[in-house]
Design a protein around this ligand. Structure first.
Ligand code: CP
Length: 320
């Protein structure tokens, strides 16, 4: 079977699909962020558009709910002057039993150029990438518990904006690591960018078995896990992916793992507080912290447009 690297990069080493951060080195990640940097000013223009994807058709195919990812992909494609098709899966023929591959084949017949896919099944975007025509790019917008690569990239971009040197940073990822595709992609990105210390902080029931093999330091005590860190990335509890009772209650979880102003004081004075969203106030984070001066949560959302523009442009170049 074709490797993920060979699937993701073309013969000239250009990005053809964007499925995972795994296998992309620091140079690649900085190239995507540098490209995003060039799109930052588009939002300030009177006409917020550049013609780079004029004539291209992008299909947003979301089989799971989304607010931030779907809308920022749509805005990114529109700002690149592409035509955008949003498929509402709830009222599509999927509800009548059409297979994923048949849906893709039918959309392909409409001469599309790119699929942006979110799916509950880990590996769904890879599966589609293996089956589409050579000129079509597939962008993974989150697959099951596996990967959410554009989220990780926009998170790295946000960190780089505030703390340009990744090497010396200590980063704590806090919350439901076990079910989080975001955490997996962030860990791969942070390690590739050379971050000294990546910590994962969670109750033992929400840490994957042998998580150390990813090159991270696990902590079950939040106060210890936050000591002296430069960046805190909070994650929500993914109740929709939990089987059985992994936690006593949300109240107990907040007592032990909720990020409050008191706990924030354990970290460095200029710590960044991040969250991919959606946030659950009073479950993993207090409102005072989510809306406080260390929070860059809404900044992350804004950077999602520039990062997604960059990924789309780089992937479309491969087909030209
Ligand atoms: N961060 C993120 O993936 O949010 P959405 O589920 O709203 O897209």
């Amino acid at each position: 079977m074709i490797s993920v690297r060979d699937l993701q990069l073309d013969e000239q080493g250009r990005l053809r699909h964007f499925l995972t951060v795994e296998g992309l080195n620091s140079e690649w990640l900085h190239r995507i962020m540098d490209t995003a940097e060039t799109f930052g000013s588009v939002r300030e223009r009177q006409v917020k558009k550049v013609p780079l994807l004029r004539g291209k058709t992008v299909v947003n195919l979301f089989f799971e709910t989304s607010t931030r990812t779907r809308t920022t992909f749509e805005l990114a494609a529109k700002r690149l002057s592409a035509d955008v098709l949003n498929i509402n899966v709830a009222v599509s023929a999927t509800a009548k039993g059409e297979t994923l591959l048949d849906t893709i084949r039918n959309l392909e017949a409409m001469s599309v150029d790119m699929f942006v896919v979110r799916h509950a099944g880990s590996g769904a975007a890879h599966f589609i990438a293996r089956h589409v025509a050579p000129h079509i790019s597939v962008i993974n917008a989150g697959d099951g518990r596996h990967a959410h690569p554009t989220q990780a990239l926009l998170d790295m971009f946000t960190i780089r904006r505030h703390k340009p040197e990744f090497g010396p940073l200590k980063v704590a990822i806090v919350g439901d690591i076990l079910h989080s595709r975001v955490a997996r992609s962030q860990i791969h990105a942070l390690k590739a960018l050379g971050v000294t210390e990546v910590r994962v902080v969670a109750p033992r029931t929400l840490l994957p078995v042998a998580v150390e093999s990813l090159g991270v330091k696990p902590f079950c005590d939040l106060d210890r896990g936050l000591e002296d860190v430069d960046v805190i990335i909070m994650l929500r509890l993914q109740k929709e992916r939990m089987e059985g009772a992994l936690l006593p209650s949300e109240r107990e979880y907040y007592r032990c793992y909720g990020l409050t102003s008191k706990r924030l004081a354990k970290a460095k004075p200029d710590v960044l507080v991040m969250h991919p969203g959606p946030i659950n106030r009073g479950v993993e984070i207090s409102s005072a912290v989510a809306d406080g001066r260390h929070s860059v949560i809404l900044e992350q959302v804004g950077h999602g447009i520039a990062i997604r523009m960059a990924v789309m442009v780089l992937a479309m170049r491969s087909g030209q």
